[in-house]
Design a protein around this ligand. Structure first.
Ligand code: ZN
Length: 479
């Protein structure tokens, strides 16, 4: 019998079959990729700490980012057949969580870090800081100090900061260039400052900034009143009215020291919180920094007026201001966020340190290790901080539709291992900020594998040191 195919024919047939198969497979995969939704970034196979209202924590999960927003969070297998992206980040052995929210700082003061330490607040301010600011606070120096602070903040996982200082337009410009989210609050005080001869001039500057930065994706403008003891009643009322007019944040240092409480009691016969309440300057957009020396009545007022509190445990400890009654405030439903205060008084802007210190401080001061758990501390550093800033609809948790402000942390580190599935404990008690590997703000990678992308870090550090050398020389500081 004649074979149906000759050897050569069988070979030809096989070649044709392989060709047809490759065409079919090509078409299928082409169709498949055609059906994938294009995105900008996908972080895949990660552990995701959402900080949403259900406290969801997911494993082997992907976060999809497009045009600045989180558009999906789902199991990595499902995401892989649904989306494509310009950049895929491998999240294996990594934790993705919301960027940290620093509710109180003075970023340009990074210039004065280490200039004067180990002083009580009043001496520190009047003998060292105010005279120094008079000489060295210029637009140029403010910008350099702010840039230094932003590099430090990004490297320690902070994606948004609430700032009180002068020349805040320079802070805003630096934040915009680096890609950081910031609330810039120009400082008002009852004496001349480097960029305003009186507070009315300061208020005019704020109005200009409000108009200039209106609708910006990263910058929010606010009002900053230094404190009840450095600002007149008239200033406080006018500044609050300005904040109310534009519906912008109103910041004030409040009830920080016993000295402040005594001084306000002496003049106005009430506590600093009650004094502000009498002036009509307490409302939902008020961010009160410190609130260390407050009474039960003060706590009730802060709760009723929905005031946000910025708790700065390290600064309070270093200056020995006292311990803010944070557990009591949380029990009354007050929004409490965490802050570092400025680097001249802390002396760093590391929110991991702030979390660790806050957790330990309240255990020790109340003699109760259960008084505030690790989860509550992470909430203060993320979603509750966002509430204090009035930004919780936009940031503070990882949810579909929210801005993609997030950090990626390395989990496979000796100080973190072993993992007992209590990620809050790892974050607050074991990790330090060097675990922060990548930072994304408004959908853009701004720090990649610990390199801050939009600034020359080496050059800036050199320039800052030159300035510090000249400050030290002029002011006869001992080296
Ligand atoms: Zn402060």
């Amino acid at each position: 019998m004649k074979p149906f195919f000759k050897t050569k024919n069988i070979f030809d047939l096989l070649v044709i079959l392989v060709f047809l198969l490759s065409v079919v497979v090509g078409c299928v995969s082409k169709n498949k990729s055609r059906n994938l939704i294009p995105a900008d970034i996908i972080i895949e196979h990660a552990q995701v700490l959402t900080m949403d209202s259900n406290h969801e924590i997911f494993k082997n999960t992907s976060v999809v980012i497009k045009q600045g927003r989180i558009i999906d969070i789902e199991a990595s297998d499902s995401i892989a057949i649904k989306y494509s992206a310009t950049r895929i980040i491998d999240g294996k052995d990594k934790l993705v969580m919301p960027g940290l929210v620093n509710t109180h700082t003075h970023v340009p003061m990074n210039l004065f870090r280490g200039y004067s330490d180990d002083q009580p607040l009043h001496d520190w301010l009047y003998k060292y800081i105010f005279p120094l600011e008079k000489k060295y606070v210029t637009a140029h120096n403010v910008r350099m100090g702010a840039q230094l602070a932003m590099i430090e903040m990004l490297k320690s996982g902070t994606t948004v900061f609430n700032d009180m200082y002068y020349y805040e337009d320079e802070v805003a410009k630096a934040a915009k260039e680096i890609g950081m989210r910031g609330i810039v609050c120009e400082g008002l005080i009852s004496f001349p400052v480097p960029n305003a001869k009186d507070y009315k001039e300061g208020m005019a500057y704020i109005e200009k900034l409000v108009k200039k930065w209106k609708g910006d994706s990263l910058i929010t403008v606010g009002v900053s009143v230094h404190s009840p003891y450095t600002c007149s009643s008239e200033l406080i009322k006018d500044a609050w009215a300005l904040a109310d007019k534009y519906k912008i944040p109103f910041n004030i240092h409040l009830a920080e020291t016993k000295w402040e409480v005594d001084s306000i009691e002496k003049t106005f016969k009430c506590t600093p919180v009650q004094y502000l309440n009498k002036l009509g300057a307490l409302s939902e957009n008020v961010i009160a920094a410190h609130c260390v020396h407050i009474t039960d009545e003060d706590i009730a007022i802060l709760a009723e007026k929905k005031v946000g509190v910025a708790h700065n445990p390290e600064c309070n400890m270093k200056i020995c201001s006292g311990v803010a009654p944070v557990p009591a405030m949380l029990k009354k439903g007050i929004k409490v966020g965490l802050g570092t205060d400025g680097a001249a008084s802390n002396n760093n802007l590391d929110m991991f340190q702030a979390m660790y210190t806050a957790a330990l401080l309240h255990k020790l001061s109340s003699n109760d290790p259960t008084v505030m758990n690790a989860q509550q501390v992470v909430e203060m550093a993320t979603i509750n901080g966002a509430k204090v800033l009035g930004m919780d609809k936009l940031i503070g948790s990882l949810e579909k539709g929210k801005a993609a402000d997030l950090i990626i942390l390395d989990l496979k580190r000796p100080e973190v291992y072993p993992l007992y599935d209590n990620i809050y404990s790892s974050i607050v008690y074991s990790m330090n900020s060097t675990a922060v590997n990548t930072v994304i703000i408004n959908g853009k990678v701004v720090m990649d594998n610990r390199k801050v992308l939009n600034i020359d870090e080496d050059k800036l550090l050199n320039d800052i040191q030159l300035l510090a050398d000249s400050i030290a020389k002029t002011n006869n500081m001992k080296k």
